[in-house]
Design a protein. Sequence first.
Lengths: 225, 606
Amino acid sequence: MARSMCWHCQSEVTGEYFCDRCVKVQPLSKESDYFTCFGLPRLLTVDLNALETKFYELSRAFHPDFFQRKTDAEQAISLGNSALLNTAYRTLKDPVRRAEYLVQLEAGSAKDIRTSPPADLFEEILELQEGLDGFRSLSTEENVSERAAFRTKLMGEREHLEQRQQAMESDLLSLFTQWDRLQAQDDHNPAVRAEKDGTLKHLREILSNRTYLRNIVNDLTATIG
Amino acid sequence: MARIFGIDLGTTNSLIAYMDGQTPRIIPGRHGRTMVPSVVALTDNGLIVGDPAKDHLTRGSERTVYSVKRFMGRGLADVAEELKYFPYRLVEQGGVIRIQLGEKSYSPPQISAMILKELKLRAEAHLGEDVSKVVITVPAYFNDSQRQATKDAGLIAGLEVLRIINEPTAAALAYGLQKHTQGQIAVFDLGGGTFDISILKLKNGIFEVLSTNGDTHLGGDDFDRLVADHFLKEIRPRHGVDVHAFPDTMQAVRLEAEQAKIRLSDEQNTSVRIELPEGHGEFRSDLTRDQLETLTKDLVERTLGPCRFALKDAGLQPSEIDEVVLVGGSTRMPLVRRQVQDLFGKAPHSNLNPDEVVALGAAVQADILSGGIQDMLLLDVTPLSLGIETMGGVMSSLIRRNTTIPSSAKEMFTTYVDGQTSVDIHILQGERELAQDNRSLARFQLKMPPLPAGVPRIEVTFLIDANGILNVTAKDVRTEKVQSIQVKPSYGLSDDEVERMIGESFKFAAEDLQARQLIEARTEAEAILKATEKALQQGGRLITPEETTSINAVLASLEAARVQRDHKAIRACITDVEKATHHLAEVLMDHCLKEALENKKLSELT
């Protein structure tokens, strides 16, 4: 956390979350990201037990329950810190949200990761959409056998897509390891920097394909059951 | 600092509890009962609450309000289907339901406030100290409007509501305090009107809610209705009377259905008697547990869906739940217990009274807030996703369901047209794609500086606080100026209305304790007079003439005291009547038993 002046007694804050001198709670810095909030390096592999322990510890420090009898200013800080902490924990706990967040942090400007179809699956997905439309256009009373045939085909497709999803998950994990290895190296080395950028780009691609596939599979499941 | 009290404001019953050292305790009323029926009645003597009001359900049902919790934070359209079940009249005014009682109409928070005041008085009388700060529980699946309405009820009752907490999590606190449990627990809470399921992780004093789900319109009331309908179907052909035209009898049927349901939790079969109106005689019937279970099976199964969703959101399999805790009176039903056991594959716990555990937990949370218990901390979640309506009527989610609270989300707004001076924002809660399918919470208008399109940048922060209640603030990013926002709730009272009701409530509070006690005493006197006269008619021949004379004497003095203004004198007379009629009550009871037995023998013979 960035060191600064205590909002209350104006002395320099040296304690971690509370002023050493007047013992008032300090607001988490607006600049601090979710990783620094938990005192973690910007890595993609996270020890979930340690994360939880830290989350509980910080919750005990900031939760509004413990500021009920304090001043309005302290209550407001407690509320703000708790809200930030909860969002940070929710983001870091989940590997996909964690990766999305890191890509946003590192690659800057782009706010949202768009969902886009994997390039190599483009044809297949177009075909699948037609199949889905076809299935939906058939009424349930008549065309029983036709529907059954469509259904079998779509189920095969779904299986294929689910395999692809699993492949993506393992790709994601290997990118996690790759990123963490690069983080340990000298950032000023242009070769390292380039490799990092490449990793981020790859991460972003997988994340966006992943969301796209998930939507398609959900749609499939909703249609054929 | 003043003590903080915990209140369970239930659909059927309400309770108040406090922390006595390390132990949470329920505060009993004058007769030792811990529960105050959540019933408010308008009588000729004024408004009454609790047990005496409950007596009016079958005597003045049109002016007796029960299950008002079902209407908290809702519009008339939300409850259209069940309106026919309620004998009192509901109207809508400015998006808020009002209940017509005589000349006046009351909002659900006002009715709830009367129940809260009753609890406050009860605690004040018991402990001899002022009660001003409270924690109130709500169903976990209550949306923002319903929570806000509960908070309003507290304000109207003159209470400072320091926290709104969820009923299942309150129960978990009470359990955790008692047993120091660790691990993953499921709290299955089926009350009088609502169902909640919450999955928690308990570790080193932290109670982290992983997920919650539920149905705010599923509870004991619904079971009672099915049983009542079953009786009504029998009554009509047998007695040739449609009871629907007699609200008081309808209530008698409902109450008898409730009692039969309760008895069938311990017995395999039970018999009911209901006196029919206008000389149609008495309806007698039997109901078996199997029949009850056939009637209620579908309703009980409706709890399964929410349980599965909650497990899925928590990322757990049923087998990963270490303990299952039962809360709410309806979990006494064997069918409910069996179903819970089937789902989770283990026998559920209920070593704390399911009627009291929520209030006890509220007292624990109250103690945490007052700085007593420091090693327990509840981390709860918001049950429903919060979002805003975007172009095309789609809901854009800002805070997802099951996010730990407090939680906030920021959203930037700008203009689409040069010189545009405002943007309308519609806040929603729910899980559906389209705005129209979700709950409308509120609308507000964001002021924009008159600049070219896209230049203004207003950052709006949506914060769900530890009560699960939404707070909205806006800031102009260029000028750093904070903008005040007037949020118009879709289904709630505006701040002005709440203010006015608080004022009114204080005016009514001027009918001080004495007046209240007088009303209660008079009401009880009336009930006793009626009951004794009836008993004399039925059993007068079973007692000696001397006894009849002395009973008539005490009745006469009660009759005389009743019109006076001294509640203590009335109470004294009531005690006299109770003493004088003790023997009569006994012989009547024996007589009825004998009669019942004889009837049985007769039916067995034929």
